[in-house]
Design a protein around this ligand. Structure first.
Ligand SMILES: [Zn+2]
Length: 305
């Protein structure tokens, strides 16, 4: 059985570390977690730490070292199977508050920071929240609303999710809508088995990108793709050939990040990203605009002869 790992670095930044393997060593009374992506460190968690099981997620806290991590299982049954072989050091009274402050709020902040690159967190939160009963679900949904992530997770799903998960995520979204409208208890749902695929092919709707002039003043040769609904940061791509645009900052870093301009049968435009993560930093939209205007001053500034 495998799980996905959420962990912190020493500066307390939270990371989605992908699929991990884990071993329960009864002899040394330890849970050993090894991320498959070797850029992340293995974790050895003694049984004396606090293990809190909530639906499909096992949260592990060590109050002394403040080293916390969470393992996300494909479903609650898998999580319970692990629970049977591990200690249950429940920290009853305060466990919800701890999960909230140590995990949920840092995850919400990551989602807000960049929903596109944090779509794994969106998927995890959406799946987890909808497994609770109505009362608990309402508490979590209110928490998400207070932190302005509810809409990103449940209503802007087409913008941020993996096409492979679209149908599944749409179903989650419908469950959320059903809940909000106070209609029946939504059906229980299990997540699909995990794949090791790290390729994130994404679709971006027309509301999340703009076509601009390039530095030579040619229309439609520069593509600006927003990274969040607030539209204050973006990535810039330049026309390559046909309908393909390429991120020029990533090109400098020898990374092939492209977007294809497409149109659906109703004439609506959208983008398909090739799925490679940017090696470049996202840019401030206003700075990008200012830079372009400096190169191409508005026509009224051009002196007449
Ligand atoms: Zn880039």
């Amino acid at each position: 059985m495998s799980a996905e790992l959420i962990a912190f670095d020493k500066n307390r930044n939270i990371y989605y570390e992908g699929v991990c393997d884990f071993f329960i060593n009864q002899f040394s009374s330890m849970l050993v977690v090894e991320p498959q992506n070797k850029i992340y460190k293995s974790i050895c968690a003694p049984f004396t730490w606090n293990y809190v099981y909530k639906k499909n997620i096992l949260f592990v806290f060590d109050e002394q070292s403040s080293l916390h991590f969470a393992m996300v299982f494909p479903n609650e049954l898998n999580c319970r199977a692990v629970q049977n072989r591990l200690p249950q050091n429940q920290i009853n009274q305060q466990e919800d508050a701890l999960i909230r402050s140590r995990f949920l709020i840092p995850i919400f902040n990551k989602i807000k920071e960049n929903p596109l690159t944090n779509s794994n967190f969106i998927q995890i939160i959406a799946t987890w929240v909808l497994q609770f009963d109505d009362e608990e679900k309402a508490v979590l949904i209110n928490l998400m609303k207070d932190h302005n992530v509810y809409d990103i997770v449940f209503t802007e799903i087409h913008v941020y999710t993996h096409p492979e998960h679209d149908v599944q995520h749409l179903a989650l979204f419908q469950e959320a809508q059903t809940l909000l409208l106070g209609i029946n208890e939504p059906p229980k749902r299990q997540r699909k088995p995990l794949t090791n695929s790290t390729i994130l092919q994404k679709t971006i709707p027309e509301s999340m990108f703009e076509l601009h002039k390039n530095s030579k003043g040619e229309n439609g040769k520069k593509l600006v793709v927003f990274t969040s609904p607030s539209k204050d940061s973006c990535y810039c791509y330049f026309w390559k050939k046909g309908k393909i645009f390429r991120c020029y900052s990533c090109k400098d870093k020898k990374k092939y990040v492209t977007a294809r301009l497409c149109e659906n049968k109703d004439g609506q435009r959208y983008l398909e990203l090739n799925g490679n993560e940017h090696a470049c930093k996202q840019r401030n939209y206003q700075a990008v605009m200012d830079e372009a205007n400096k190169r191409h001053p508005p026509i009224s500034f051009v002196a007449e002869c």
